[in-house]
Structure formats: structure tokens, C-alpha cells
Design a protein around this ligand. Structure first.
Ligand SMILES: NC(=O)c1ccc[n+]([C@@H]2O[C@H](COP(=O)([O-])OP(=O)(O)OC[C@H]3O[C@@H](n4cnc5c(N)ncnc54)[C@H](OP(=O)(O)O)[C@@H]3O)[C@@H](O)[C@H]2O)c1
Length: 188
């Protein structure tokens, strides 16, 4: 098994017994975090399959994966979720979102607020936010939630006020109108 995978699932693997499945929240779902180009792809997928078969993890997903990679992985194990960078201003994973929607796979957009940049935008996002008495962050989250029922945004925040604002966006109905005008945000 590739060392990176082993360490992710068994942080103390040198000192624990591997004969007993571990059922903790931490190990119940494992995401293969970017297919490692240094290790045979199928070897990584087989390793995940074995972790599932042995009961060390309950569900497995992929991160930063293409449709091609998801299809290859699904031949070896059931892919529960895919976590790719995706937001209103960065839609490079559009084909992955469509593929996940068509195949009942959860899609977790990381960087959903472009590190807060979408909250600061004065252009299209700002205009929609003002028109709906909302913040840019809420527009960005609401847009993701409306994009597809398989969408599970994970905005990161250290502030309770932002957390409440972000949760409230779930009941906010953002029209798509105008969102095509959102300019790409350079990654910071
Ligand atoms: N799979 C991968 O390869 C990968 C890579 C990178 C990140 N991730 C995951 O993706 C998740 C999110 O990524 P991220 O944190 O980099 O980006 P993000 O969620 O797009 O942005 C987080 C930033 O937005 C700000 N923010 C949050 N809510 C806000 C609000 N309502 N108003 C204004 N600003 C707000 C936060 O600042 P405050 O703290 O001030 O609220 C923080 O600086 C994390 O859980 C991370 O682990 C995954």
C-alpha cells in the first residue's frame, strides 16, 4: 500500500494492531487526495479497495480528480464523493460536477469562496448581493447549492458570524441571472 495512504488512514500505524477494524469518525470516510503520479494509479485504487474490504474505512472518495480518473477508480471501488476546486468564478470542474450529478456521487467544492475573494467582489456578485440584501459569500454559497443537489460546499471560516451567515445562505434563493458575468478570480 502506498505510504501516503497508509499514514492518512493509520496515523499511528507503527504502534496499532491492524487486525481490528477502526471505526472512528476520522477513518470512516477516506478521500484519495489527488491521485499520486509517482505510484501506479491502479495500485492506489486497489489499496483503497482493500481498506474498504477490510473495514478500515466505510466510504471512499477522490480529490482533484478528472472524469477520466473517477471512471477508472469506479472500476475498482465505489466512489462516494469527489472534492475539486470549484466556485462561481472557477468552473474548470464543470464536467466533473455534471458527471457526479449523473452518477449520484456527492461533489464537495473546495475553495467555494475563492478564499473570501467572492465576498469582496464589487461586480456581478456584488450587484446580486445588494439586490438580495445578502453578502457576496452568501451569493457564492447559494449559487453552489442551486447548481446541483449533489453539491456539499465546505466554506472555511474562523468566525462565528461568518459561520452563521454561511449557513443562512442555504435558505437563500439566488437567481442564476447575472452570474455568468462573474469574472474568474485568480487563486491566492
Ligand atoms: N481537497 C483539496 O485539495 C483542498 C485544498 C484546499 C482546501 N481544501 C478545503 O476546502 C475548504 C475551504 O477552503 P478554503 O478555506 O481555502 O477556501 P474558502 O472556503 O473559499 O475561503 C475561506 C476564506 O473565506 C473567508 N470567509 C468565510 N466565510 C466568509 C463570509 N461569510 N464572509 C467573508 N469571508 C468569509 C474566511 O475568512 P474568515 O476565517 O475570516 O471567515 C477564509 O479566509 C477547507 O475545509 C479546506 O480544507 C481542500
Amino acid at each position: 500500500m502506498p505510504l501516503s495512504l497508509r499514514c492518512a488512514v493509520f496515523p499511528n500505524w507503527g504502534s496499532i494492531s491492524l487486525t481490528r477494524p477502526i471505526a472512528t469518525a476520522q477513518t470512516s470516510r477516506k478521500k484519495l487526495h489527488t491521485v499520486d503520479g509517482r505510484v501506479q494509479r491502479d495500485e492506489q485504487f486497489e489499496a483503497v479497495r482493500k481498506l474498504l474490504d477490510d473495514g478500515f474505512i466505510r466510504h471512499a472518495g477522490l480529490s482533484n480528480a478528472s472524469v477520466f480518473e473517477i471512471e477508472a477508480a469506479r472500476k475498482v471501488f465505489p466512489v462516494t464523493t469527489v472534492q475539486n476546486r470549484y466556485n462561481l468564478a472557477d468552473r474548470k470542474s464543470e464536467d466533473v460536477v455534471d458527471y457526479c450529478a449523473a452518477n449520484g456521487i456527492g461533489f464537495i467544492p473546495w475553495y467555494p469562496l475563492a478564499a473570501g475573494e467572492l465576498n469582496r467582489q464589487r461586480g456581478a456578485v456584488g450587484r446580486i448581493a445588494t439586490a438580495h440584501n445578502a453578502t457576496g459569500a452568501q451569493v457564492a454559497i447559494a449559487w453552489l447549492l442551486r447548481r446541483s443537489p449533489i453539491m456539499l460546499p465546505i466554506p472555511g471560516t474562523l468566525r462565528v458570524t461568518h459561520l452563521k451567515e454561511n449557513v443562512a445562505a442555504a435558505s437563500f434563493s439566488t437567481p442564476y441571472q447575472g452570474t455568468h458575468a462573474v469574472h474568474p478570480v485568480r487563486r491566492v
